[in-house]
Design a protein around this ligand. Structure first.
Ligand SMILES: [Zn+2]
Length: 394
C-alpha cells in the first residue's frame, strides 16, 4: 500500500525522456532553472527522497557519509549547477546502485559502497548522478510521463513485483540482490538518451576533478556484468524494457575516454587489485620475494635463482604481467583461473596466463606444484575479496 504509493511517486518523477544536443544545453538548463526554481525543485524532491528513505531504510555511517559528501561537493563545484546543495544518504540495500532525485537528493546503496574499489570509482557513479540533476532529467521525465500517462507503467511495476516474488531458480542465485537491482532499475530508470548524456557530462566533470575518469569505465563494466547475469536469470524480467548499463554504453564511455586522451589504466582505479612485489625475511637472515594484493601475500618465490633469474627479477616480472592484464581487462574474482599447461599448473586472469607455478617455488613451500597452485589461487581470491571490501572503508 504505502510501498506501492511510494513507487508511483518516484516513477512520476523520473521516467521517460528526450535528450538535447550539447550546443543547446546551456540555454536549455537556464530555461529549466526558470521553470523549476530551486525551492520548488527541492520541495518536489524532498517528498520523494523521504519516501525512498522510509522504504529502504537509511544507514547511519558517519564516516562513509562524510566520504560521499566530500566527493559530491567536489564534483558539484565543477558541474553545470555549482550552487546545488546536495543531501546525501546511504540506503540499506545490498545491490549496487545510486540515484539522483530532483533538488539535490543523492542516494547511494550500501551495495554500491561495497562494489567500488576506490574513490575514483565512487566519484564516477556520483558524477553520473550529478549530471542527471544538472540536466534536469528527473523533471523532464516527469513532464513526459504526464503526457504519456503512467497507467501502463503501473501495470509493469505490478508484474515485476509479482515476478520478483515468485523468482525462478536461476534468478534466486542472485537472491535479494537481483530483486532489488531489477526493482531499483525500474524505479530509477532514465531513458537511454539521458543515460548516455549523464555518462558524457559526468566524465566531463570528473576530468575537472582529481578523480581518475577511468573509474567510470571500470564500474560500468561491472554493472553491465551484473545486469547481464541478473537478467539472464529471469524470463519474466527479460521482457521489460529496462536499461541497465549495456555493452554499448561501456563502449561509448571507452570511446569518450580515448577521444579525451585519457590513459586508460584500470589497475589504478581498481586500487586493491594490483600486484605488488615485496621482499620478506622468511627466516633469520634469509630473504626472498613475494607478490601481494592489498597487502596480502598470494605467492612466494623460492630464494634460489631459477634459469639465471633471481627471485626479485622473477617476482617483478610476474607482477608486471599481472598488472598489465588487470589494466587491460580489469580483474574480477571469478576470472582467476587455474589450468594445466604442458604439465605446469598455471594461474590466469581473464584467461590470460599470468603465473606458472614451478617445482622449485612449490618445493620451497613444502608442496608439489599442483597443491601450491591451488593454494596461490585460493590466496588470490581471498586477497581480492578482502581488498574489494576494505577499499570502501578507507
Ligand atoms: Zn543514470
Amino acid at each position: 500500500m504505502s510501498r506501492r504509493r511510494g513507487l508511483c511517486v518516484f516513477v512520476v518523477l523520473v521516467f521517460a525522456g528526450l535528450a538535447l544536443t550539447p550546443s543547446a544545453r546551456a540555454a536549455d538548463i537556464a530555461r529549466w532553472r526558470q521553470k523549476y526554481p530551486l525551492e520548488k525543485e527541492v520541495e518536489i524532491g524532498r517528498k520523494t527522497a523521504e519516501e525512498i528513505d522510509r522504504q529502504y531504510g537509511v544507514l547511519d555511517d558517519p564516516e562513509q557519509l562524510a566520504r560521499i559528501q566530500a566527493i559530491v561537493n567536489e564534483i558539484v563545484a565543477v558541474s553545470d549547477r555549482p550552487d546545488l546543495q546536495c543531501d546525501v544518504k546511504i540506503l540499506s540495500v545490498p545491490v549496487p546502485n545510486a540515484m539522483a532525485i530532483p533538488g539535490g537528493f543523492i542516494r547511494c546503496t550500501s551495495g554500491l559502497l561495497d562494489m567500488c574499489n576506490s574513490d575514483d570509482e565512487l566519484a564516477a557513479v556520483l558524477a553520473h548522478e550529478i549530471a542527471h540533476m544538472c540536466n534536469y532529467h528527473g523533471m523532464r521525465q516527469d513532464e513526459r510521463d504526464r503526457k504519456m500517462g503512467i497507467y501502463q507503467l503501473g501495470l509493469q511495476l505490478a508484474a515485476i513485483v509479482a515476478a520478483l516474488n515468485g523468482a525462478d531458480p536461476g534468478f534466486v542465485q542472485y537472491a535479494v540482490a537481483a530483486g532489488y537491482f531489477a526493482h531499483m532499475q525500474i524505479i530509477v530508470g532514465y531513458s537511454r538518451e539521458y543515460e548516455v548524456e549523464a555518462d558524457r557530462d559526468g566524465l566531463a566533470y570528473l576530468m575537472k576533478t582529481k578523480y581518475n575518469p577511468t573509474g567510470m569505465l571500470t564500474t560500468m563494466e561491472r554493472f553491465a556484468d551484473l545486469a547481464t547475469r541478473t537478467w539472464q536469470g529471469s524470463d519474466a524480467l527479460r521482457d521489460f524494457d529496462t536499461h541497465p548499463p549495456s555493452a554499448a554504453r561501456v563502449a561509448e564511455v571507452e570511446r569518450y575516454l580515448r577521444e579525451a586522451n585519457v590513459n586508460i589504466n584500470r589497475a589504478v582505479v581498481l586500487r586493491g587489485y594490483r600486484a605488488v612485489p615485496e621482499e620478506i625475511e622468511y627466516a633469520p637472515g634469509q630473504r626472498t620475494w613475494q607478490i601481494c594484493f592489498g597487502g596480502r601475500p598470494v605467492f612466494q618465490a623460492s630464494p634460489e635463482p631459477i634459469d639465471g633469474k633471481t627471485a626479485e627479477e622473477r617476482v617483478h616480472a610476474i607482477a608486471t604481467s599481472m598488472n598489465m592484464v588487470i589494466s587491460v581487462s580489469g580483474l574480477a574474482i571469478h576470472t582467476v583461473g587455474l589450468s594445466d599447461r604442458k604439465g605446469y599448473p598455471e594461474i590466469s586472469f581473464s584467461q590470460y596466463p599470468v603465473l606458472r607455478i614451478l617445482e622449485q617455488d612449490a618445493a620451497f613451500m613444502g608442496m608439489d606444484a599442483k597443491a601450491y597452485a591451488s593454494l596461490v589461487r585460493e590466496q588470490l581470491i581471498y586477497a581480492l575479496d578482502q581488498a574489494g571490501r576494505e577499499a570502501l572503508r578507507t
